[in-house]
Design a protein around this ligand. Structure first.
Ligand SMILES: [Zn+2]
Length: 158
């Protein structure tokens, strides 16, 4: 299991989606009222990730203020500040819409749900227990691996 869980404020929704695709528990939250945001971060032991300067650091939970609006720079800042290491095998283990872990499904169950080419070429499928979206290791998975490799590479030279 991955240890870090995140509470991402609304303006960083794209980053939240990517954290989920990287296997992290990342919930999206409004910054109003701030007291609710703080309570949730504390009770659920989440790291607050935000660009909102009104969100202040506390001894009860951790806050990461993102410097950039760009996804690459935001991911790099998180990797750097929280020492996150994202491994290929944790990619696509969580539904990026529902923020819950996907479960393996038998190939025979997805035949009518995925494109024929995908069915023929892929052996392993996962499904979200909530929205029933099907996940498989395809080109977007390879692209994501390359993207993360590049971020790691750049971060190590920063
Ligand atoms: Zn889902």
């Amino acid at each position: 299991m991955l240890e870090a869980a995140f509470l991402v404020t609304e303006e960083c929704a794209r980053l939240a989606r990517w954290l989920r695709l990287c296997g992290y528990d990342a919930v999206l939250a409004a910054t109003y009222p701030l007291s609710e945001l703080y309570q949730r971060a504390y009770h659920e032991r989440r790291v607050v990730v935000t660009r909102n300067r009104r969100v202040t650091a506390s001894c009860l939970f951790r806050v990461v203020h993102l410097d950039s609006t760009g996804l690459d720079a935001q991911m790099q800042q998180l990797m750097h500040q929280l020492h996150l290491t994202i491994r290929a095998q944790q990619l696509f283990t969580r539904c990026d819409r529902c923020n819950i872990a996907v479960e393996p499904v038998d190939k025979t169950q997805v035949q009518s749900l995925v494109p024929p080419y995908v069915f023929q070429t892929q052996q392993t499928f996962h499904a979200c227990p909530s929205c029933h979206r099907i996940y498989w290791a395809a080109t977007h998975w390879q692209r994501a691996c390359r993207w993360l490799d590049r971020l790691r590479e750049e971060a190590s030279h920063a």
